[in-house]
Design a protein. Structure first.
Length: 609
């Protein structure tokens, strides 16, 4: 039984994997950003392959936290799956799915036991950018030799490495890829706010080591009391009280930085790989429960960490980058820790720091999205034209799209359904399901809200079939205003979900194909009824789609008008005739009350026998 339905891009990834295998690809790589549900993709793929082949599956990762995730998530998509763990003292072999620690199974004896236990049809490698390491290569090559038909799939949030090793040595094809910006735009990841604070310190003298800045030398410079205090002050000014992960340089730096937070009255703690497992788990639990506001991290939370909210704690909504890096993959993973969606979370604040440097081109957030302004600032500094200024980008999505003009007179290109432009925004007629309405807010015409206007349920024998505007039940689908594209994405997803849910309740299948913007029926001539309705407006549609949009706009105007407060003239009549009415009576309700009163008056004035 499948408990989780894959998102659209997850299904696309699964389809791409299947297509690649049919074309003979056995070494595939899936690149999806942190927080996008890579493990869910893997779980669904494993279920499919194991059920097709009858052989076992193996899911490997290099840390305890990463082993725990698939063990929890695979049963969410495959309820009755048999899962075994192989790590340290655990040696649960011969199950449908085995989740295993790389450190454990790279040992000759444990690897031999794993191979002897059963045949494997598929091997999943989590955080696959590590797969070129000797321990991973040993495991992958040995298992592949014992299982020649075995598929190998890598999951990664960052398909590039900062060193010279190429992932193509292990994987022959990047089968599927979506960027962080893609999923932010589609509403699957939280938008990012950037606060970049200049630091009055040069990092030019720091040497490189292993493709990045040498950690011990970075710490010597950035552990200056004034720098540490400035970092904490920046957090208090811009991030507090957001629950925050700090990416520190090394363990000593993490302890020092946590101490400065604590001295400034902020609850802070430290987590790192060498910490005993029970202490790591306890500190994570305290952080997720909101007992700790700031968690200074070294390595542990960089990969595979899924933040869980315990009790009424606030969401993880800030990533503080206290470690400058030359590694794009390290930066991507760090930022990605905060982009997972959560209730009452508007965005993820990335608190970053700019250092004086003409030698090192450290990675910073705008570079990930093709924004080169910081490079221009760096060039100005080289020419002595001034120092970098504090930088604030409220929305990375908005900043990236700033040059793209938004035409709010028509739906965005990615909108797939037939939206009608009305005086109150964009509307989609859904027949018996009512209307979807995307309406700009009163305060900001560039911010939009989404509503479902649900018509009342009518008795088939009831003479008056057309409901008045105030009889519609209005469901607001947005908790906060959205950008133009996001509003359409949410509204279209909600439309499809509504049709699917109501079709299931009636044990029938009804798709939204007739609502598509290029549905074939739209090119047909207008119907006689449509022309009759539009005759009094003077509008002359050329086809059925235009006529439908014109009528939709008329109905939306009537619904909005009907829901407005009663006019002074209506209120005067109600009070004069002492007709009971609510204080907030609408125009439509007032009109009904007045009509009923006048009808009753006419009945009373008729002669009697």
């Amino acid at each position: 039984m499948q408990l989780i339905k894959p998102r659209d891009y997850q299904q696309e990834a699964l389809d791409a994997l299947e297509k690649g295998r049919l074309a003979g690809q056995q070494r595939q790589l899936v690149a999806l950003p942190t927080g996008s549900g890579k493990t869910i993709v893997g779980a669904l793929d494993i279920q499919r392959v194991v059920q097709q082949t009858g052989k076992g599956a193996l899911f490997i990762a290099h840390r305890d936290e990463l082993i725990t995730q698939p063990a929890k998530k695979i049963p969410l998509v495959w309820e009755d799956v048999e899962i075994g763990r192989v790590k340290a003292q655990d040696n649960e072999l011969g199950r449908q799915v085995t989740v295993a620690s790389v450190q454990t199974i790279q040992r000759d004896q444990r690897l031999a036991q794993l191979i002897e236990a059963q045949d494997y049809s598929i091997l999943y490698v989590d955080e696959a950018h590590h797969a070129t390491a000797p321990t991973y290569r040993k495991i992958i090559d040995t298992l592949s030799a014992a299982n020649p038909d075995m598929i190998v799939v890598g999951l990664t949030a960052t398909p590039v490495r900062s060193d010279a090793t190429r992932m193509s040595d292990v994987f022959t094809e990047v089968t599927f890829h979506r960027s962080m910006l893609d999923l932010i735009e589609q509403g699957y990841l939280a938008d990012i706010e950037l606060r970049q604070v200049p630091m009055s310190v040069s990092i030019d003298g720091i040497p490189r080591q292993g493709g990045d800045l040498k950690a011990s030398e970075v710490r010597k410079i950035l552990e200056r009391p004034d720098i540490m205090t400035a970092m904490v002050d920046a957090w208090k000014a811009h991030a507090a009280p957001r629950r925050t992960i700090v990416f520190a340089i090394d363990v000593a730096h993490a302890h020092h930085l946590a101490g400065v937070f604590q001295a400034r009255g902020v609850s802070a703690d430290v987590i790192y790989g060498e910490l005993p497992l029970d202490k790591r788990r306890q500190r994570l639990e305290d952080f997720q429960a909101g007992k700790t506001d700031v968690l200074a991290n070294v390595g542990v939370l960089l990969e595979g960490y899924d933040d869980e909210i315990i009790g009424d704690a606030s969401p993880l909504a800030c990533v503080m980058l206290a470690r400058p890096t030359l590694s794009q993959s390290l930066y991507i993973q760090s930022v990605g820790r905060g982009t997972r969606l959560a209730p009452e979370k508007d965005n993820c604040l990335v608190l970053d720091f700019a250092y004086n440097s003409n030698r090192h081109h450290i990675v910073q957030l705008p570079h990930l999205f093709g924004m080169e302004e910081l490079d221009q600032l760096r060039a100005k500094k080289k020419k002595g034209e001034g120092e970098a200024q504090p930088r604030h980008i409220p929305s990375i999505l908005a900043a990236v799209r700033e040059a793209q003009a938004v035409d709010i007179r028509k739906p965005p290109p990615r909108a797939g359904l037939r939206w009608a432009k009305t005086a109150h925004g964009f509307a989609l007629s859904m027949g018996h399901h009512g209307f979807m309405l995307i309406r700009p807010t009163d305060k900001d015409p560039q911010a939009f809200e989404v509503f479902h206007l649900d018509p009342p349920k009518r008795d088939p024998d009831e003479a008056r079939s057309r409901p008045t505007g105030d009889e519609y039940r209005v469901h607001r689908l947005t908790s906060k205003p959205l950008t133009f594209d996001w509003a359409f994405g949410l509204a279209e997803d909600a439309t499809r979900e509504l049709y699917e849910a109501r079709s299931k309740s009636k044990r029938m299948v009804k798709s939204t194909k007739h609502l598509d913007r290029d549905a074939s029926w739209m090119a047909l001539p207008p119907t006689d009824n449509q022309l009759k309705v539009l005759a009094r407006t003077g509008n002359k549609p050329t086809n059925r789609g235009e006529a439908t949009n014109m009528i939709t706009a008329m109905i939306i105007e009537r619904i909005v008008s009907d829901r407005k407060p009663a006019s002074p003239k209506q209120l005067k009549f109600l009070r004069w005739k002492k007709i009971p009415h609510a204080d907030n009576v609408t125009k439509a309700a007032a009109n009904r009350l007045i009509s009923r009163y006048k009808q009753a008056e006419r009945q009373r004035s008729l002669p009697t026998d």
